[in-house]
Design a protein around this ligand. Structure first.
Ligand code: NAP
Length: 251
């Protein structure tokens, strides 16, 4: 197998649809074996796995894992070890939103969003890094959001979780920097997926009006940066947040 990631094994959380699906695709295209996870979308995730293994001649498997649950995350990495061997690349992509203004936000909406996005990233990274330390090589790539950088009215829970991911990324990067492991975050702008399909036409027009490139991002444009960060070509990049947003955030 040729490609930037030939011989590498990757875990992608939430890889059955949306941006996670594009990430699993980009990694497989570059020669990585991939274990992608789903919480509810079993059929979609298994279809992606079958399609990618056939198209790229690598092992791609799907397994259920709720990233909020440490026992399930432990089991995920046991499955990865049995099916693929050492995990070299972890992409923490699984995420949810539950948008509303703070004054109307339930504790449940806060907890669900923070637990899935932030705790899930912590739990998977904690297990992955143990194996990466043994390998003396690893790549952790966390999917944050522009909203974690700028904030967004109606998304305080999501913005707090995504900003938390940035602080987590920078901290873990420093903890493992001498061990051949890099930890970076990507802050995507707006990409049309199930997550954003509920926006009204008015909201979509307002978002579009703020994007210098005047278009939505493609999931493949996020995935291409993940594949680069996962490769040896990105060996001196760690603790960074890469905005992939059509110029939306320029600071
Ligand atoms: P999506 O289409 O709604 O997909 C979300 C994915 O997360 C699904 O694969 C889902 O799995 C998985 N997931 C949700 N809760 C989970 C849990 N508890 N355990 C395990 N997996 C879980 O969203 P997307 O737009 O592709 O977003 C992917 C990532 O990009 C998220 O972290 C999101 O915050 C981030 N992001 C998206 C945008 C955007 O504009 N779309 C912008 C910035 C950042 P199931 O299908 O099995 O439920």
């Amino acid at each position: 197998m040729t490609g930037l990631l030939a011989g590498k094994n990757a875990v992608v959380t939430g890889g059955g649809r949306g941006i996670g699906r594009a990430i699993a695709t980009a990694l497989a295209e570059q020669g990585a074996n991939v274990l992608l996870t789903y919480r509810g979308s079993q059929a979609a995730a298994e279809a992606v796995a079958t399609e990618l293994s056939a198209a790229h001649g690598v092992k791609v498997l799907a397994t259920q894992c709720d990233v909020r649950d440490s026992a399930e995350v432990d089991r995920l990495f046991e499955t990865a070890k049995e099916a693929l061997g050492a995990v070299h690349v972890l992409v923490n992509n699984a995420g949810i939103t539950a948008d509303t203004l703070v004054m109307r936000m339930s504790e449940e909406a806060w907890d669900d969003v923070v637990t899935t996005n932030l705790r899930g990233t912590f739990l998977a990274s904690k297990v992955a890094v143990r194996g990466m330390l043994r390998e003396r090589w690893g790549r952790i790539i966390n999917i944050s959001s522009v909203v974690g950088v700028t904030g967004n009215a109606g998304q305080a829970n999501y913005a707090a979780a995504k900003a938390g991911i940035i602080g987590f990324t920078r901290s873990l990067a420093q903890e493992v920097a001498t061990r051949g492991i890099t930890v970076n975050a990507i802050a995507p702008g707006f990409v049309l997926t199930d997550m954003t399909s509920g926006l009204t036409d008015e909201q979509k027009a307002a978002i579009l009006g703020r994007i210098p490139m005047a278009r939505w991002g493609e999931a493949s444009e996020i995935a291409a940066v993940v594949a680069f960060l996962a490769s040896d070509a990105a060996s001196y990049i760690t603790g960074q947040v890469i905005n992939v947003d059509g110029g939306l955030v320029t600071a």
